[in-house]
Design a protein around this ligand. Structure first.
Ligand code: KIV
Length: 258
């Protein structure tokens, strides 16, 4: 049965994972509640150093693939950098996502400054997920990935952001890279579900990037990631075995030929 918003709202805890293709989406579909087609795909799938060059066409292509693979999970498509800098442009691009994919919601980064945009999209029948705290699309302008909520100003700003996003009509809120005590205050100040990534233990749900948690991206491990598999090593050792079999003439064998 499809995970609708009302079903998600009733659950005690929510598990979200990213996916970028039908194969992985199909594997995750029966297990998690929500699949995020994150613009993190620009880094882990496409090999860029940040998310900023992800395009709307790219996000739509991967969201279509995920929707082909996942039939139960609630699917969220990230709006990439530069596709929602005015409310009207955001609406035009979010309509494209809704028309060309089966995504249930779009996600965009930004706090109170994005309230007008979130309201316009919500008023036009598009479900919006907010994203506050450490916002990867700001990594270039802020000169890196900075944990938020470390001082009073930052705490107050985050609380204002969360409230403004909820009041604008967002259906859910991702909180990334925020001190746990501040994230807890945010959770307690809004009634929409909160999903944390590097935001501690008090959010209703958690999200991880699949290639981080399965150990396929092994260049570095952010503190908040828990690795559930040594994916890169498992794949590399299988491919090494395949190469050995080819070079030694063991593959193909009797049972693999016509
Ligand atoms: O792009 C992404 O994968 C995200 C998550 C890190 C929340 O926005």
């Amino acid at each position: 049965m499809k995970n609708t918003l009302s079903r998600l709202y009733k659950k005690e805890k929510l598990t979200m994972i990213t996916a970028y293709d039908a194969l992985f989406a199909k594997m995750f579909d029966d297990i998690v509640d929500i699949i995020l087609v994150g613009d993190s795909l620009n880094m882990s799938f496409f090999g860029e150093s940040d998310t900023l060059s992800a395009t709307l066409d790219q996000m739509i292509y991967h969201t279509k693939a995920v929707c082909n693979g996942a039939k139960k999970a609630y699917i969220i498509c990230d709006m990439p950098f530069g596709t929602y800098h005015t409310p009207d442009i955001a609406l035009e691009n979010a309509i494209r996502i809704y028309k060309e994919t089966k995504a249930d919601a779009v996600k965009l980064e930004g706090g109170e400054e994005k309230a007008d945009t979130i309201k316009l999209l919500s008023d036009n029948a598009i479900a919006v997920v907010g994203h506050i705290g450490l916002m990867p699309q700001f990594s270039r302008s802020e000169g890196g990935y900075k944990v938020k909520g470390k001082d009073e100003n930052s705490r107050n700003k985050l609380l204002r952001d969360a409230k403004a996003i909820e009041e604008a009509g967002a259906v859910m809120l991702v909180i990334e890279g925020v001190k746990e005590d501040v994230a807890k205050e945010i959770v307690e100040s809004v009634s929409i579900p909160t999903i944390g990534i590097g935001a501690g233990r008090h959010t209703k749900g958690q999200v991880l990037v699949w290639s981080d948690m399965l150990g396929f991206f092994d260049e570095f491990k952010p503190k908040f990631v828990r690795r559930y598999l040594d994916g890169a090593e498992i794949v590399k050792s299988a491919v090494r075995k395949y190469k050995d079999d080819v070079t030694s003439g063991k593959f193909p064998g009797e049972e693999e030929i016509y």
